[in-house]
Design a protein around this ligand. Structure first.
Ligand code: FAD
Length: 398
């Protein structure tokens, strides 16, 4: 290809930004179009478990100083999932049910602050990422150009459009109308707050390097610490002074998981403080140590999610519109795999697109090689995450 490659990415989540970082460094003309009005207009979730798959992808895609910053601001090792029983006065660790395939639920990794990771992924992409651009539809002309349209009536054209627009992907809706996302009927209200001495004393020591599901109370709950190896802002000032990171201090994240019938449909849109009150109502009879974590948390940081999973579909014929991450293979969070798989997709797609920029393959060859590997990797992760949620989470969620 003689002209420089132009890549449009719909969605500035973890996968879309990771792809943009690598392409930008390689001199590809890349533009990320994000629906949110700005980087902080919506709570992004609190802690994400990143294992070797995600770490390898970040190493491949981030420039050296940003990767160093990522490593320096990771949290403590995250080695296992644990089950805590909150029946009776004392919290007690109990064995997890075995998974059908005999593997452990999560791969060893690190707790990572999702907000910090996203801020690092946005580093150096001024002018590459545009906010307030909700993708609505695309057109492909016979000459290999794709034109993407946005809700504000504007459009952009490029050689490739990558749908990195998450579980409700509008790009997928047009590209693969046969694809379906199944609502697992689980609703997640999550938040975070400071780690106080009182909270630490009430929780089992083993939680330090684990992520816990709390059962034996209604509703079921998830908890995990996030202890930064180094606080983000001063570390950025030292390693990558152009990147502004927010300091939240160490925190404990919590989530309650309930069947959708126990919430009103409108609860999904409540502001943080009202959702926080909803979580307190739902946990009125919960174990006091658990209720305390919610009581002490920051109300405005409370958010709501619906948990869904993409149903597998047969392979398709590649064209100039492709997908990555949750946009094509969303999965429940039961094995901490969704972000790791989205980052792996991003690194793999970047590698293939760079061969096009270098003139060693055609665009269609590159996209179809990426899609073959992505379909296998993504749907294997969907399958193992879905069977884990059936084996474990359904036992603890009433
Ligand atoms: C509760 C929970 C906990 C999780 N924990 C983990 C974990 O510990 N480890 C792990 O590996 N995974 C985890 N996951 C999964 C992980 O969060 C996702 O798989 C990951 O964020 C997917 O990245 P993505 O870039 O594909 O999509 P997203 O991160 O969802 O990003 C999509 C982006 O597209 C934007 N967008 C949406 N529509 C449009 C549009 N029309 N136009 C333009 N932009 C649009 C969105 O605003 C968003 O910024 C968890 C998921 C949940 C729900």
């Amino acid at each position: 290809m003689n002209e420089p490659l132009r890549v449009l990415i719909a969605g500035a989540g973890l996968g879309g930004l990771c792809l943009a970082q690598r392409l930008h460094q390689a001199g590809v003309d890349v533009l990320v179009l994000e629906r949110d009005a700005g980087p902080y207009s919506r709570a992004q979730g609190h802690r994400v478990h990143i294992d070797q798959r995600g770490e390898d992808a970040l190493r491949a895609c981030l420039p050296g100083p940003l990767f160093e910053l990522y490593q320096a601001t990771r949290g403590q090792p995250s080695e296992r999932m644990m089950l805590i029983n909150a029946e009776g006065a004392r919290l007690q660790e109990v064995p997890l049910p075995a998974l059908p395939d005999g593997t452990s639920i999560i791969r060893t990794g690190r707790a990572v602050s999702r907000n910090t990771l996203r801020e690092i992924l946005l580093g150096g992409l001024d002018g590459v990422v545009r906010f307030g651009k909700a993708f609505t539809r695309y057109e492909q002309d016979g000459g290999g150009q794709v034109r993407a349209w946005f809700a504000d009536g504007t459009s952009e054209s490029g050689d490739v459009l990558v749908g990195a627009d998450g579980i409700g992907s509008a790009v997928r809706g047009q590209r693969l109308p046969q694809a379906r996302v199944e609502d697992l009927e689980i609703r997640w209200i999550g938040g975070k707050g400071p780690i106080t001495g009182e909270i630490e004393r009430s929780l089992p020591d083993g939680l330090e390097h684990a992520f816990a599901a709390v059962t034996g109370m209604d509703p079921a709950m998830m908890i995990g610490y996030m202890r930064f190896e180094n606080q983000p802002r001063p570390t950025a000032e030292h390693l990558a002074p152009d990147v502004l990171l927010t300091d939240t201090g160490d925190f404990v994240m919590w989530a309650i998981t309930v069947h959708r019938d126990r919430l009103d449909a409108s609860d999904a849109h409540l502001p943080g403080p009202e959702l926080h009150r909803r979580a307190l109502d739902l946990t009125a009879d919960a174990h006091p140590a658990m209720r305390r974590i919610i009581e002490r948390s920051w109300p405005e940081q409370t958010f709501h999610l619906s948990i869904g999973t993409t149903l597998p579909i047969p392979a398709w014929v590649s064209d100039h519109v492709t997908l990555l991450g949750d946009a094509v293979h969303a999965m429940p969070p039961s094995r901490g795999s969704g972000a790791n798989t989205a980052l792996s997709d991003a690194a793999d797609l970047a590698r293939h697109l760079i061969t096009v920029q270098q003139g060693s393959s055609t665009l269609l060859e590159a996209i179809s090689a990426y899609e073959r590997a992505m379909i296998e990797r993504g749907f294997a992760a969907v399958e193992s995450s879905t069977s884990a949620i059936e084996a474990i989470a359904r036992k603890i969620i009433r």
